[in-house]
Design a protein around this ligand. Structure first.
Ligand code: ADP
Ligand code: MG
Length: 601
């Protein structure tokens, strides 16, 4: 028997590889646009016919190719972008595998016209199904035009897998948007069947933020301008810039959600989780906030070579990237103190006015051990609201302005009337009507933010027990406790493992001094068991939330006037006063309008 193994002819190998690189017209759009970006273009024009089936053409004013390169670029693994394997570590260009043009040329009719700026004439190359049909000098402007006609002309079976023009064009638009968003400094134009779809001037501006904002607005419309909350964060050599959409503009369908890493669009369910977690209390679970987030870091810290289309990457240190993204978005939302619109609609103008532009509440640390004692060490939250200019007139019945204490009752703290209902709710008159605060939920929010701060600063106060107590834990609880022991200590739990599953409780967080230590520890661990999923990604959030839930059990308790005021003060000193850590409202407002309507007045 003779030898059976043969090397595949190149054009067959290319056709097979093409299946990986080119699934649909949109895949070519991505590759060609990225080649133009890599060529240093300042302006890129994309022309598409029949959603890319009959034509995808990209013209740029980039560096162009020499006569030799114009032929070479269609060879497999022909690339000018890396020379040796070591270069892979430092890749900053989009392409680097040198297989896009070879793959495209295997399954379509490709015409290339290209001219380096220094040359007088350019080169035209015509190639069909990997066969060179023509190569000749041509007069053309500097830069490159690559036209791909009749995709899959030689593989009819694959042509049939294409979806309707509408669907294919949607994919083309997606790819166009991603490249355009990644490069606001480049002018882009898109035409489909002779009609202009996008005309994006090169953005001008001093800061990256200003450039991005212009690009987003040009791409998605003027109305986006007011929807964007800037995100800006640096940690070591990692930088994040960009925007998140205000929570009130979250939508029921997946909106604009973009991550870019070193100016490359990527998908990452892991980072998506980080952003969603930051929005957690601000948008309902079935709604999608939008984001445009740009992460820049040393290319050595990522691994992009895991898929030919390169939308997935691996971070060498994904946990810290997660934490930074989460913190960045969280802080941005906190700084702009974007209030939620769950159960009540704050009046935007009012909100904007009521919120300090500095991260005020976060900076004003208070200690829960002060609870029930002298006035809080922070400026009164109510006072903050009193200090506002008059609320704008309510001109539509659907407007229900945010909680505004009535000026009539302005006076020394404690003089404002509050009323406790069934040991559970606190009622207070506000400008627009009446506000009802859920005591337990308010406390949950307060303890949660306090615990988060304590964890970040690692300085929890511990109240020593007179008589240390031993607790015998279940195997599950014991394992969990061992895992979070350092953080528990930071929170103020003074615990010592005694061998076996027994723990000695020497001290408790100061704010829990009145609680039964064993019962509290068990309830805390019970809550934490429910947070296992979150614990993996967002430890502090999980711990703080468990702490809040176990320290603020549903109970009725009579409060003194001063205690009520204090609770409300502290609630409003929080970063996100309006909802509990799990997103339920801490307070409801009933406007005069609503009351009048109920009475038929
Ligand atoms: P890769 O981008 O991975 O290097 P491609 O097959 O996409 O592989 O392109 C092969 C080569 O052709 C590139 O490395 C580059 O040198 C050249 N090239 C492709 N498109 C352009 C362009 N628009 N302008 C200048 N050179 C280009
Ligand atoms: Mg390429």
């Amino acid at each position: 028997m003779g030898d059976l193994i043969r090397l595949l002819p190149d054009h067959v190998a290319n056709q097979i590889a093409a299946g990986e690189v080119v699934q649909r017209p949109a895949s070519m759009v991505k590759e060609l646009l990225e080649n133009s970006v890599d060529a240093g273009a300042g302006r890129i024009i994309l022309v598409v016919k029949d959603a890319g089936r009959s034509l995808v053409q990209v013209t740029d004013d980039g560096r162009g190719m020499s006569m030799m390169d114009a032929r070479m670029c269609f060879e497999r693994h022909a690339t000018s972008k890396i020379r040796v394997a070591h270069d892979l570590q430092a890749v900053r260009t989009k392409g680097f595998r040198g297989e896009a043009l070879a793959s495209i040329a295997a399954i379509a009719q490709v015409e290339l016209k290209t001219r380096p700026h220094a040359d007088e004439v350019g080169t035209r190359v015509l190639i069909e199904g990997s066969r060179l049909v023509a190569q000749e000098p041509v007069a053309c402007p500097p830069g490159t035009t690559l036209a791909v006609r009749n995709l899959f002309f030689n593989t009819p079976a694959r042509r049939q897998f294409l979806k309707s023009d509408q669907v294919e064009m949607k994919h083309v638009l997606d790819e166009f948007q991603r490249v355009a968003l990644a490069h606001p400094e480049i002018a882009f134009q898109l035409t489909h069947n002779g009609q202009e779809v996008h005309q994006l001037p090169a953005a001008q501006g001093q800061t990256p933020g200003a450039l991005l904002r212009q690009r987003v607005v040009h791409l998605f419309g003027r109305r986006y301008d007011e929807r964007l909350v800037p995100v800006e964060e640096s940690a070591g050599d990692l930088h994040i810039t960009g925007f998140v959409g205000k929570p009130e503009f979250a939508r029921r369908s997946r909106g604009e959600q973009f991550f870019f890493v070193n100016q490359r669009f990527i998908r990452s369910s892991y980072l998506e989780h980080a952003v969603r977690a930051a929005f957690e209390e601000l948008v309902a679970r079935d709604q999608y906030p939008s984001w445009f987030l740009y992460i820049d870091l040393d290319p050595a810290r990522i691994d992009i070579n895991i898929h030919p289309t390169k939308t997935e990457i691996k971070f060498r240190d994904d946990r810290s990237v997660y934490a930074i993204v989460h913190a960045a978005v969280r802080r941005a939302l906190g700084r702009f103190n974007v209030a939620p619109s769950i159960d009540f609609e704050p009046e935007p103008a009012l909100l904007a006015a009521s919120m300090p532009s500095t991260p005020g509440p976060a900076a004003k640390a208070w200690r829960p051990q002060d609870l029930g004692m002298a006035p809080p060490p922070v400026p009164s939250g109510w006072q903050r609201l009193f200090d506002l200019p008059d609320a704008p007139a309510v001109d539509s019945p659907t407007d229900s302005p945010l909680v505004m204490p009535s000026r009539e009752h302005e006076g020394p703290p404690g003089a404002r009337p509050v009323f406790q209902l069934h040991g559970t709710y606190i009622l207070a008159q506000v400008r627009s009507g009446v506000v009802v605060v859920d005591q337990q939920r308010a406390r949950e929010r307060i303890v949660y933010e306090q615990a988060l701060r304590t964890l970040e600063q690692g300085a929890g106060h511990s109240q020593q027990q007179l008589f240390p107590r031993n607790v015998e834990l279940s195997p599950g609880d014991h394992a969990l406790l061992t895992q979070v022991l350092p953080e528990l200590r930071a929170l103020g739990f003074d615990l010592e493992p005694l061998g076996g599953r027994t723990i000695v409780v020497n001290g408790m967080p100061a704010e829990a001094a009145d609680e039964d230590p064993v019962a509290l520890l068990e309830s805390f661990l019970e809550q934490l068991q429910l947070e296992q999923g979150t614990l993996r990604n967002a430890r502090h959030t999980a711990l703080a939330r468990s702490m809040a839930r176990s320290l603020a059990p549903r109970s009725t308790r009579k409060l003194e006037n001063a205690e009520m005021h204090e609770l409300i003060d502290r609630l409003f000193a929080c970063e996100m006063p309006y909802v509990t850590p799990s997103g339920r409202p801490t307070l409801l407002t009933f406007t005069l309008d609503e009351l009048n309507e109920r009475f038929g007045n």
